[in-house]
Design a protein around this ligand. Structure first.
Ligand code: DGJ
Length: 757
């Protein structure tokens, strides 16, 4: 809901549990009054405007009004050059060389429908929602900025973006155009973000903000695993269950920047958007530039609530309608099973076994095209590899004859120097004419800013998808940018390449997803190197990490869940020992971790022993039975793998009468303590039966010993306030029917069901 007090030009955006309040000052600037707990709407909010009234030493006063220095205004769209010395949201260079911009209120408008963002993905609106546009302008330079706000009441999310228009007769240069700024009133904050690298994505980093500026960004061309385009701001005391915090998720897949700056006056500025490093965008007279949309959310009740709000927003408004709340199939992927070493018979054997154990989707990964038998060749060539007799059409037919869906791997944005495509079109690769290009995984990046490249890819991919009757596509991207020089762009356009690349990618994805609405796309970039809201708006799921080791995945999935829902995170059971860390993790733990996500297998299932096959059949049946909850349930991080030996996760249904609890132990402790786990969100009135999933011991390869099943009966209020009193683990003496047999890297899933349901 959006309420406007016309007299004071105050704008009040309300979600179910939050208020976002801004107003126009007497100087004409748009300032921030409040973002936090929901306030009752009042006819005026004058009293909340908190400005200095007296003259300040060493200040630059705006229009000679004492105390009115922009340096202490809490600005919604800060610019540079009129006395605000903090980082600006917008920085512009004009033809006369000046870089001063002063944006003043012009008008506002409430829109009934949410405008789409030119060339960029955007969240689909809630029904009956309103959208606010406030237009600001610089009276001297004629630069106009539309500041867009949309309210997603049910998810407690507000989205923002800018449209910058050049009304002058001469071009201007955008040096920085971020998406949103929130100026908080004080400095007492922690900044939380997800840092990482290949096979170690989404590691939670939390630091106290001090005076000065903290920046996290990507310069890699993709949003990157180094710093995900998501940040949170939390009070020092905020934890998973208590305390105030804010989440900021950018809907963008390229270079991004987040800035958290504490000023000398203890105000905290938080901004996010396209990275201005290596960015310059010329706006001709009459042209406009649209920044990506960003989702902001506020929680008064800890980080779990913040994440749940973002999860709901993503599931309801970011994921395309076609895939919204649609259960995702269980897949088998041949990558870690075969790598490049496969032929028709091998794939056929995997598909047959997949069918017999209950898998629903067979995915043919890298190596089916050109002469690709390793990673040195053929990216860009879309004809069948001779090693696969009958090509993708034949294996697809076989797979479909078994009643499975057929999926295929592609890496469209890349080209191998050893490929027919590169020999035909060397100018389509990103290379500088006078430099030997640096390679990443032996490949070059294609010029996605060139419409000819987009047309070529659309045509080739359409052919592949049609001739193999593809149901699912894994869209990979395996190198970061270097040697950035696009042959299709003029000298003065080169510094806009990074953003033009993303626009080209989004154009291609828009065309493909419209043409093939029934294909389920999964984004991948060496795992989670491009896990962001931009990709999720075209591809409802992402390959979370190339690290398939369950114990490493605890951290990766735990961290990823800060912003992204379980339905977006793909997670597979892989081989033992792990191909990434050589760890020997029990098969049941590999399942228990992967089950909290979009589930599949990525090991040679034809080599499973009889006992393992039996375990896998039971795992698949369990996942199918609880898939709705495991993909779309309300997710709680109860204890963190970043902090201790035990990790616990909970998913609860909307009615609070059913839940699943994941319990994971890194190392067995000697003479361990009694453990109790408090379970929130269940209906306090109901009586619950808590039963551990029937599973096998680690020695599954040689025995068929099942672990004893645990059973507990408690009421919802007892589970929440006292906790689930778990049986003791092995105490070093005897194993009885009560012993929780967990061991190193052991785990359980507990099904929690209200009696009578
Ligand atoms: C990187 C991906 O993350 C892997 O899952 C696999 O698809 C390989 N690329 C194939 O080259």
């Amino acid at each position: 809901m959006i309420s406007i007090n016309d007299q004071g030009l105050e704008f009040h955006l309300q979600t179910k549990r939050s208020s976002y309040l801004i107003k126009v000052t007497s100087t004409g600037h748009l300032v921030h009054l409040h973002y936090g707990d929901r306030l009752t709407h009042r006819p005026q909010f004058n009293a909340l405007e908190h400005l200095y009234h007296d003259k300040m030493g060493s200040s630059t006063d705006y229009a000679d009004i004492p105390g009115q220095t922009l340096n202490t205004f809490r600005l919604e769209v800060p610019t540079f050059g009129k006395g605000d010395y903090r980082s600006p949201l917008l920085h512009v260079e004009y033809t006369d060389g000046s870089r001063v911009t002063d944006l003043l209120y012009q008008s506002h408008q409430l829109l009934d429908s949410k405008p789409s963002l030119e060339g960029l993905p955007s969240a689909s609106a809630e029904r009956d929602s309103h959208h606010l546009v406030i237009t600001l302008a610089d009276p001297v330079t004629k630069l106009e900025v539309d500041v867009h706000y949309s309210v997603f009441s049910q998810s407690d999310v507000i989205t923002r973006h800018l449209v910058v228009r050049n009304h002058a007769s001469r071009p201007v240069q955008l040096l920085r155009a971020l998406s949103s700024c929130v100026d908080f009133a004080d400095e007492s904050w922690d900044l939380i973000h997800l840092q990482g690298k290949w096979i170690k994505e989404a590691q939670i980093a939390r630091q106290s903000l001090e005076k000065g500026t903290v920046q996290i960004d990507s310069k890699k061309g993709v949003s990157s695993a180094n710093h995900n385009p998501f940040i949170a701001l939390a009070r020092k005391e905020t934890n998973e269950h208590l305390g105030a915090c804010y989440g900021f998720g950018l809907m963008y897949s390229g270079n991004h920047l987040s800035v958290a700056e504490v000023s000398p006056y203890n105000q905290t500025r938080v901004m996010t958007g396209i990275n201005d490093f290596d960015f310059r965008w010329e706006l001709e007279s009459g042209e406009r530039f649209t920044t990506p949309e960003i989702a902001l959310t506020y929680s008064a009740s800890g980080l779990n609530r913040m994440s749940q709000q973002l999860h709901q927003f993503i599931n309801q408004h970011v994921i395309s309608e076609q895939w919204r709340n649609v259960e995702r199939p269980i897949q088998v992927n041949n990558w870690e099973a075969t790598y490049f070493d496969f032929d028709y018979d091998k794939l056929d054997a995997i598909a047959q076994k997949a069918k017999s154990i209950g898998v629903e989707l067979f995915v043919l990964d890298d190596g089916w095209f050109g002469k690709r038998n390793d990673d040195t060749t053929s990216l860009g060539d879309y004809f069948d590899n001779p090693k696969l007799v009958g090509g993708i059409a034949r294996i697809s037919e076989t797979v479909k004859d078994y009643g499975l869906k057929f999926g295929i791997w592609v890496e469209p944005e890349m080209v191998s120097p050893d490929s027919e495509l590169f020999r035909a079109h060397p100018e389509w690769a990103i290379t500088h004419p006078e430099r030997t290009p640096s390679l990443g995984r032996n490949q070059l990046v294609l010029d996605m800013a060139n419409p000819e490249v987009i047309d070529y890819l659309f045509e080739k991919l359409s052919d592949v998808f049609s001739r193999a009757r593809v149901d699912y596509v894994k869209w990979d991207h395996n190198r970061n940018f270097s040697d950035s020089y696009a042959h299709s762009l003029s000298a003065k356009e080169q510094a806009s390449f990074n953003h033009r690349y993303v626009l080209g990618l989004y154009d291609l994805l828009t065309r493909l997803t419209k043409t093939f609405p029934n294909i389920l796309f999964e984004s991948c970039s060496s795992g989670g190197n491009r896990f962001d809201l931009g990709m999720l708006s075209y591809m409802p799921q992402t390959w979370t990490s190339d690290n398939t080791d369950a114990i490493e995945r605890l951290n990766i999935q735990h961290g990823t869940s800060l912003c992204y829902p379980l339905s977006a995170m793909s997670a597979h059971v892989a081989a033992k020992p792990s191909h990434q860390v050589l760890r020997r993790t029990p098969l049941e733990t590999r399942f228990n971790v992967a089950a909290f996500g979009n589930f599949g297998y990525q090991l040679d299932i034809t080599q499973l022993t009889e006992q393992e096959t039996q375990a896998v059949v039971e795992q698949i049946a369990f996942y199918k039975q609880h898939r709705q909850l495991l993909q779309f349930g309300r997710f709680y991080r109860l204890s963190s793998p970043f902090e201790g030996n035990i990790t616990t996760w909970l998913v609860v249904n909307d009615d609070g009468n059913e839940a699943l609890l994941g319990y994971y132990q890194k190392l067995q402790q000697s003479s361990g303590e009694l453990e109790t786990i408090k379970l929130p969100a269940l209906n306090p009135e109901l009586a619950f039966i808590v039963r551990s999933r029937a599973q096998y011991r680690e020695e599954i390869e040689t025995t068929d010993t099942r672990v004893n099943s645990e059973l507990y009966q408690l009421y919802g209020d007892q589970l929440a306030s006292v906790g689930l009193p778990l049986n003791n683990q092995f105490m070093g003496v005897e194993i009885t029917e009560h012993t929780r047999y967990i061991g190193d890297f052991g785990s359980r899933i507990y099904h929690i069901m209200a009696e009578g349901y």
